[in-house]
Design a protein around this ligand. Structure first.
Ligand code: ARG
Length: 588
């Protein structure tokens, strides 16, 4: 990659000038007319070298020393100094020409060949979606599903070995209560046949809590049913399994609509119940290591609370105690998370990275979890990452009046489809791809931590920063290519034809940055970098398309060149969307 080459040369030059272990940052200047890359090393280092009284002087010396390199590569057109001492690199047309022709010839995944070589031995577990059994699949789970899938895709395309896991909430004392409720008030046959069995189960669970206010003794009965479940009692197990299957029926529908899949545990992911028999070992390990004597050294210690519950106490005051075991010996969500991450060490032979895509409201909890896992020596800082998402805020009155963020996802998907159908009534078959694309784009276009506004009109607008807008630009580019009959211009064109005007050049520059944007998005666990890039690309492509005849260009050179640009734009748009989990319809 050209940036790597430039960086290496700059380091060499700084070493020659006597700087130990120099750090070189390259950036794209905000204004493209200033150059393609820029560095501030002269400002950063001039004080450390006696020969130069100001950064510009150092910049000049650096440029002088870079000359042989820049003449040799043919990839750099011009080096210049800007402002107080920034060094700007303007890349040569030869660089862009070669790059674009290569991209036109390659299959899209091969754009990433260099990364694949670098990363093929790295392992990442991306855990996302993680809904709860017998509970609604919430908007939070939807966000986790969409964002987690995109993050997994980004790592995959960069060559990492990606394990897609789903940490289902399928264990815990609430199942004892639910079992009691089903047995007492539920009609299994009716529920099995109902249109939305989960709604019925949720109703039963709510009823349990209402009744418990009058008759607190049923709490104990609920607890005893959970104990039976833990002990493997047939009836308890069979009711629990029944709930799981009902829930999976719904989840399968949702994942099918969204085009989501998991790789672990036969495609179901390792839910909390998988760790049922793995918790006691982990609790002992924690107990052994986190002794009160070493509390200061470790930063945390394990102890029994007044009522017999087992907790981890932190030295750092910002962390409240974390409960590991209730007073009756029951395990918790956190116990299962420790068991999960301990299991992963062996199962994946020390994975390089584990990502939990979970709502921002669990931030403190994950900080505590990671902290303890570091003390235990399981993971180093940076190996555990909480990718958090904010909430949905509804503009729509009907939706905002619902309590909490519990909306039924199937209603959202149905509404999205209905609206997508209205967008192009004669092409109803594309409504699904457009609807799902619009939903996903709305989630991925801004930083994941931010709350997002959910407004049907924006979501499906053909004009603004929306899924349909990007899909439409892609469809348009592809349809030009169909009409151009590819073989007429493929593969590439002669040197003479490479005279780019401003709009063409702006498109070319942007296309060149695709792979680096994907890398940045992965590194920062921030799919919105890719979405922002694609939005800009769609705009640049539309600008080019609206002002330049492509098939009817003024001469065959221009025609070949523009067809090639269109081809690369179509590839990058379509492939970029696919990395965000969004398909491109054949027509729109
Ligand atoms: N099931 C949980 C919920 O709905 C999310 C699980 C997140 N993952 C984890 N490893 N704790 O809130």
């Amino acid at each position: 990659m050209i940036a790597d080459k430039i960086q290496k040369q700059l380091k060499k030059v700084l070493l020659e000038l006597g700087i130990d272990n120099p750090k070189v940052q390259l950036e794209h200047p905000a204004d493209e007319t200033h150059g393609d890359w820029s560095t501030n090393i002269a400002l950063q280092y001039h004080k450390q070298i006696d020969d130069f009284s100001n950064p510009r002087e150092l910049a000049e010396a650096v440029i002088e020393k870079l000359k042989p390199f820049s003449e040799e590569t043919h990839e750099i057109y011009k080096l210049s100094i800007a402002g107080p001492g920034f060094i700007n690199f303007r890349l040569a047309k030869e660089y862009f020409r070669t790059r674009i022709i290569k991209m036109a010839e390659m299959n899209s995944p091969d754009f990433f060949a260099e990364y694949i070589n670098k990363n093929k031995d790295k392992k990442v577990i991306v855990e996302y979606s993680s809904p709860n059994i017998a509970k609604p699949f919430t908007v939070g789970h939807l966000r986790s599903t969409i964002i987690g899938d995109a993050v997994a895709n980004l790592y995959e395309v960069l060559g990492w070995q990606v394990y897609r896991d789903n940490h289902l909430g399928d264990w815990g004392t609430q199942f004892g209560k639910l079992i009691y409720a089903i047995k007492t008030w539920g009609d299994r046959e009716e529920i099995s046949e109902s249109k939305n069995p989960i709604k019925d189960l949720v109703k039963l669970y709510i009823k349990f809590h209402e009744e418990a206010e009058e008759k607190p003794e049923i709490e104990d009965i609920g607890r005893s049913w959970f104990r039976k479940l833990e002990e493997g009692d047939d009836e308890a197990r069979s009711l629990w399994n029944w709930c799981i299957e009902l829930s999976w029926k719904e989840f399968r529908g949702i994942y099918g609509e969204l085009g989501i899949s998991f790789t672990e545990n036969n495609g179901r992911g390792y839910g909390e119940s998988f760790f049922e028999d793995k918790m006691s070992e982990v609790v002992s390990l924690l107990e052994e290591k986190l002794t009160p004597e070493d509390a200061v050294k470790n930063g945390a210690h394990y102890a029994e609370g007044d009522n017999g519950a087992k907790l981890i106490f932190f030295e750092d005051e910002k962390y409240p105690p974390m409960m590991l075991m209730k007073k009756d010996g029951a395990t918790l969500y956190s116990t299962r998370d420790f068991a999960t991450d301990y299991f992963r060490l062996a199962q994946y032979d020390n994975p390089d990275l584990i990502v939990n895509e979970v709502g921002a409201e669990q931030s403190l909890y994950f900080e505590q979890l990671y902290k303890v896992e570091q003390i235990m020596g399981w993971y180093k800082p940076g190996q555990r990452v909480h990718v958090k998402h904010g909430l949905y805020r509804f503009k729509d009155k009907k939706m905002s009046t619902r309590r909490g963020n519990v909306i039924w996802l199937e209603d959202v998907i149905a509404e999205a489809k209905k609206r997508a159908e209205a967008l192009s009534p004669d092409k109803k078959h594309i409504a699904h791809v457009v609807a799902i694309g619009a939903l996903k784009w709305n989630d991925l276009k801004s930083e994941t931590t931010r709350d997002i506004i959910f407004d049907w009109d924006d979501l499906l607008s053909m004009k603004g920063n929306s899924g349909p807008y990007i899909q439409y630009a892609t469809v348009r580019a592809k349809s030009v290519l169909r009409k151009a009959a590819l073989e007429e211009f493929y593969p590439g064109f002669g040197d003479d034809s490479w005279k780019l005007d401003k709009d063409e050049m702006s498109l070319v520059r942007h296309l060149d940055r695709f792979t680096e944007v994907v890398e940045q998005a992965a590194k920062e666990f921030a799919p919105h970098h890719l979405a922002t890039y694609l939005f800009e690309l769609a705009q640049r492509f539309n600008g080019f398309y609206n002002t330049h005849p492509i098939i009817n260009a003024e001469n065959s050179d221009a025609r070949e060149r523009r067809c090639t640009l269109t081809q690369v734009a179509a590839k990058v748009l379509e492939y970029g969307l696919s990395l965000l989990g969004i398909q491109t319809p054949e027509e729109m």
